[in-house]
Every structure is written in structure tokens, then in C-alpha cells.
Design a protein around this ligand. Structure first.
Ligand SMILES: NC(=O)c1ccc[n+]([C@@H]2O[C@H](COP(=O)([O-])OP(=O)(O)OC[C@H]3O[C@@H](n4cnc5c(N)ncnc54)[C@H](O)[C@@H]3O)[C@@H](O)[C@H]2O)c1
Length: 349
């Protein structure tokens, strides 16, 4: 940013964990919140924050040095002439906040996942932002990470060979962490053809957002199994992808990779086996999901164009969540995509 250049004015609705609080965790080594990422940006000034909960609001203001604090986000939007709004509240509130933000002239919306509580509400968010030329970026944050981008390029470039199988292990509900999983699968494999799913016996922490076992068939022919685990036992967010040339695992919530190469077996003549090798991708590249997301948003504002994590992408992840529920409710019936609409209401907190 040139010295003296005007900064974008940003505000946040929701001063909870992803809005502000994750950055108080001493174990987190990188910026992990919207407030932290705006504060670290030299192109943006975080000018105001809003939360219904006064205690959270005051704590957030104190932590990031913000004095314009609002319990009513509508008042914040009316008074603060914001260029960017972050929506860090529960998904049932996202559409109303988007509508109000558009009425008050924001240029970019950075919205938490899942995009909305219902497909028709997601469609309305996308349509309204498109009509006003407002950028809508959804925080499926691995899309902004260089390592996940290089995994996508590696898979799509055929370097792993033909993909034979993918399995994804996740925890904490199909709409909560499952939203990241389903979005990432689309990022790697493209749009899905159909879904078959069952409610899992493995408990999720929020009874409104159950774990779901499933199978997604992608249009490129890949089948992926969705495998939930109990987050109270341990956290797991891992993909295991087997191509004809090797096997690539994304482990430790996306912070690590394992790679196995198919080579001549030393046990059986005429066969190859998988041998663990150095990952062909630089997994040690700087890993800054949130600050990368905000830098990308600034690029979109300056240069025009859609985010790599657009409203349509957010809608597609929500569509997969709804399809998983529709299938599980019908005892594993195959649900063909796309879904124009769905009666499913998604509660994610
Ligand atoms: N991208 C990620 O990795 C990630 C991580 C955590 C949470 N999330 C998502 O972010 C959203 C929020 O989750 P959280 O864990 O931070 O929740 P949280 O409960 O910690 O924070 C949400 C905050 O929003 C406030 N709020 C709710 N309605 C409001 C309104 N109308 N006006 C002002 N404030 C309001 C609440 O008081 C609360 O403080 C959820 O959609 C969740 O799925 C995403």
C-alpha cells in the first residue's frame, strides 16, 4: 500500500471466537480471526465492531483498540460508512446482515461459513450481492492457503495419476467442520453428481448439527467417503487420496502432508507398492489462512473479479450439506445434484 493511500474501512458483526477470540489462544501461532487479520493489514482500518453481548463487545474493542462499539449492527452500518463488513455471527443471521450492509453501501462482505441456514437464503445473498456488484467472500479459509492450492494443482494436473479413492475424516458436525470438508472436496475435485449418506452413531457436540457418514460422487468420476469422528476424543480433519501414481494425505487439520510413491515392490514380483517419500509439495511455506483471505479480499476490491471462495462456492458447500441431510433422512437414498431448493434448515454455531 502506498504511503498516504486511503485505507478501506472495515467493521465486524460478531465478536465471538472467529470474530476476535481465537487470537487469545496462546497455542495459535498465526492470525486466526477477522479482527486480527484486519488489524494486520496495511490496506484496511478496522473502525468499528458490533455484538449483542456487551461483555464480548467491550473485550473485543479493548483487544484491538477500537472505540466505536455497537450492540446494534444496523446503527454501526448507518454511521460508519464501511467499505468491508465481516459477518461472524451464526448462520441464521447472515442474510439479514447482508441486506442491511448492501443498503448502506458496503463494497465487500466477508461472511463466515456455512453461508446461510437455507439454500434459498444463500441464493438471495448471492443474487443481491451480484446485483449491486458487491464482493461476497465466504471464509472456507483453506482456499486461501498456498499449500492447499498446490495440492489442488497437483491433483488436477494429474501428478498423482488417476484418482481411485478419497476418504475424508472430520469431526464436530456436517455443517460446522463438515462445511470446510465439503468445500475443500469441491476445490479439489469440482462439482458433485450425487450424495448418499446416513446419520452417524458418532456423537457431534451440537445435537442440531449431527455427524453424517456419506459418499459423494464427483462429476470427474471420483468417489469420496465422508468419515466423522468424535471431537471430544480428538480433533481430526484429514484427507487420504489414492491416485494411480501415489497417495497424498492432508493431515493435522491441513497443516501437514504425507506422501507415498508407487514403486516396484520388494516383497512380491510383478507388483508395485506404496512407499513413504518426501512430499512433492512445499508444506513448510508460510501458513496464514486468515491474513491471506483478507489480502485476497483487498485484491478483489482493487482489481475487480470474484473471490476464490465466492458466494456461489459457499452456496455449493451448503447444497452438499443439505443433500447429506436429505439422503440421511431418507435412509441413504441417492440425492442427485444440483438442488434448486431444499426444505432442510441448517443450524451451525
Ligand atoms: N471459518 C472458520 O474456521 C470458523 C471457525 C469458527 C466459527 N466459524 C463460523 O463463524 C460463525 C460464528 O461462530 P463462532 O464460533 O465465532 O460463534 P460465537 O458464538 O463465538 O460468536 C458469535 C457472536 O455473534 C454474536 N451475535 C449473534 N447475533 C448477532 C447480531 N444480530 N448482532 C451482533 N452480534 C451478534 C454473538 O453474541 C456472539 O458473540 C458460525 O457461522 C461458525 O460456523 C467459522
Amino acid at each position: 500500500m502506498q504511503r498516504g493511500a486511503k485505507k478501506y474501512r472495515a467493521g465486524i458483526v460478531g465478536c465471538g471466537r472467529i470474530g476476535s477470540e481465537f487470537d487469545t489462544d496462546p497455542k495459535r501461532k498465526t492470525v486466526s480471526t477477522h479482527a486480527g487479520a484486519y488489524s494486520a493489514s496495511d490496506a484496511i482500518e478496522l473502525v468499528a465492531v458490533s455484538d449483542l453481548n456487551e461483555e464480548k463487545l467491550v473485550k473485543c474493542g479493548r483487544r484491538w483498540g477500537i472505540t466505536s462499539l455497537y450492540q446494534d449492527y444496523k446503527k454501526m452500518l448507518a454511521e460508519q460508512n464501511l467499505d468491508i463488513i465481516s459477518i461472524c455471527t451464526w448462520n441464521s443471521t447472515h442474510l439479514d446482515i447482508v441486506k442491511e450492509a448492501l443498503n448502506n453501501g458496503v463494497k465487500a462482505v466477508f461472511c463466515e461459513k456455512p453461508i446461510a441456514d437455507a439454500l434459498k437464503n444463500a441464493d438471495e445473498m448471492v443474487k443481491r450481492c451480484d446485483e449491486k456488484g458487491v464482493i461476497l467472500q465466504i471464509d472456507h479459509q483453506r482456499r486461501f492457503d498456498r499449500v492447499h492450492q498446490s495440492v489442488r494443482d497437483y491433483i488436477q494436473g494429474g501428478k498423482l495419476g488417476n484418482i481411485q479413492q478419497a476418504t475424508f475424516y472430520y469431526t464436530a458436525g456436517i455443517a460446522n467442520t463438515g462445511s470446510h470438508m465439503l468445500d475443500l472436496l469441491r476445490f479439489f475435485f469440482g462439482d458433485a453428481d450425487w450424495v448418499q449418506a446416513l446419520y452417524s452413531q458418532v456423537q457431534a457436540p451440537n445435537p442440531d448439527d449431527p455427524n453424517i457418514e456419506g459418499m459423494v460422487k464427483f462429476r470427474n468420476g471420483v468417489f469420496c467417503s465422508l468419515k466423522p469422528c468424535d471431537v471430544s476424543a480428538y480433533n481430526i480433519f484429514e484427507m487420504d487420496c489414492l491416485g494411480t501414481k501415489g497417495r497424498l494425505k492432508i493431515t493435522r487439520s491441513g497443516y501437514d502432508l504425507e506422501y507415498y510413491e508407487a514403486r516396484e515392490s520388494d516383497l512380491f514380483s510383478g507388483y508395485k507398492e506404496l512407499f513413504q517419500s518426501k512430499p512433492p509439495l512445499n508444506k513448510d511455506a508460510p501458513r496464514e489462512f486468515m491474513t491471506s483471505a483478507v489480502s485476497h479480499l483487498v485484491e478483489c476490491l482493487k482489481e475487480g473479479g470474484q473471490s476464490v471462495s465466492s458466494g456461489q462456492d459457499g452456496r455449493a458447500a451448503l447444497e452438499l450439506i443439505c443433500a447429506c441431510h436429505e439422503s440421511a433422512r431418507a435412509d441413504g437414498k441417492r440425492i442427485t445434484l444440483p438442488l434448486k431448493d431444499s426444505k432442510i434448515r441448517i443450524i451451525s454455531r
